[in-house]
Ligand binder design. Structure first.
Ligand code: KG4
Ligand code: ZN
Length: 336
């Protein structure tokens, strides 16, 4: 089954063609990062306008590179939400128009489920598994029971982890997106600043990053007032250590309690080199699955991968898609 997939929930315009949920025949990702950089973050209206400008060209390129004819495309998939409403609507309208004009069925895919299925492209998710989904908008710990049957074990009570990275980077005068830069500078620093770790209640699988973020901001502001210099590499390292301690400890706890064999790390922050190393170091008795870097940040291949399994379980969408409205599709699950 050849699926043409579209992703436009934030600032990447992406179209991919994926065969049987696994084989990526073509994959175009047009990043708008350089456009948003000057503003220090994604400007929704500018993101939507750029999707409008580039979407058709990205569609054409993806179809051309797949070497398939339009007749050979069996299904259209598109990110339905969550995301920026204007950005989502551009992808949904393009996908719907393409499906309608070419008489194809269409499925709307949840962006978070897409991030998880990125792990199933080059590898195989083995159920049951625990997944840590960490991105600019989300921080979730999930129990993956079977295909498309996921339960939520914990989530952030305030900032998403990628968001905290981006805000800390901004406070330190670094560029956007801050995650990769903080990751790089952390590798050159030492943990010389004392920063908090939010474990919350004993055994809680929820997260909180706003206290940590505020601690960094306060240290930087105090130093500025006293005309003292902040050791940027050390601050990046101290911040990253605090984030990694909590993320990895809670993931390990969930994996042990649920006795799974596999731990998946997905989402934009899964590109973090420190996180990859720490997971490998601390969780030795489980198989660790982390998508290739190109499938960690937003991309359409992951939407095509998820759509394949979603279509088998739930079929195509009956008639039309409503964008942006899908909430987090996971039921909460308590573990003993
Ligand atoms: O998944 P994604 O592309 O978009 C969302 O769905 O949010 O994730 C983007 C987020 C940004 O906050 C970015 O700073 C973060 O992922 N990120 C990283 C790294 N690479 C990207 N955070 C930490 N370390 C990295 N290497
Ligand atoms: Zn994402």
């Amino acid at each position: 089954m050849n699926i043409l997939a579209v992703e436009s929930s934030c600032d990447e315009t992406s179209v991919a063609i994926v065969s049987d949920g696994k084989k990526v025949l073509s994959h175009i990702v047009l990043s708008q990062i350089d456009i948003h950089k000057v503003f220090g973050g994604v400007v929704p209206e500018i993101a939507s306008r750029n999707h409008v400008i580039h979407m058709t060209r990205v569609f054409e390129q993806a179809i051309k590179e797949s070497k398939l004819s339009i007749d050979e495309i069996d299904l259209v998939a598109v990110t339905q939400g969550p995301g920026l409403i204007g950005s989502l609507l551009v992808g949904i309208n393009a996908a719907t128009a393409f499906a309608f004009a070419n008489n194809k069925k269409i499925v709307g895919v949840n962006h978070l489920i897409g991030h998880i299925y990125a792990a199933n492209i080059d590898n195989e998710i083995k159920f049951p598994a625990v997944a840590l989904l960490v991105s600019g908008g989300h921080t979730e710990l999930l129990y993956l029971e079977d295909h498309m049957n996921f339960k939520m074990l914990g989530t952030t009570l305030d900032d998403a982890v990628g968001e905290a990275y981006d805000k800390v980077a901004r406070t330190l005068g670094l560029s956007y997106p801050g995650g990769p830069i903080v990751d790089k500078l952390a590798a050159q620093g030492s943990e010389t600043y004392k920063l908090p770790r939010a474990y919350l209640d004993n055994d809680s699988l929820n997260f909180s990053f706003s206290g940590l973020k505020s601690a960094v901001i306060n240290l930087v502001h105090n130093a500025n007032q006293k005309n003292e210099e902040i050791r940027v590499n050390d601050m990046c390292k101290s911040f990253q250590e605090s984030v990694l301690d909590v993320l990895v400890d809670k993931t390990k706890l969930a994996a042990e309690r649920l006795n799974v064999n596999q731990v998946i790390i997905a989402g934009g922050v899964a590109a973090n080199k420190g996180l990859r190393a720490r997971i490998a170091e601390k969780i030795k008795d489980k198989e660790i699955l982390i998508p290739a870097m190109k499938y960690c940040t937003d991309n359409a291949a992951m939407i095509g991968a998820a759509a394949y399994y979603q279509y088998q379980k739930q079929g195509a969408h009956p008639n039309y898609l409503i964008g942006g409205l899908s909430t987090i599709p996971f039921e909460m699950m308590e573990i003993e």
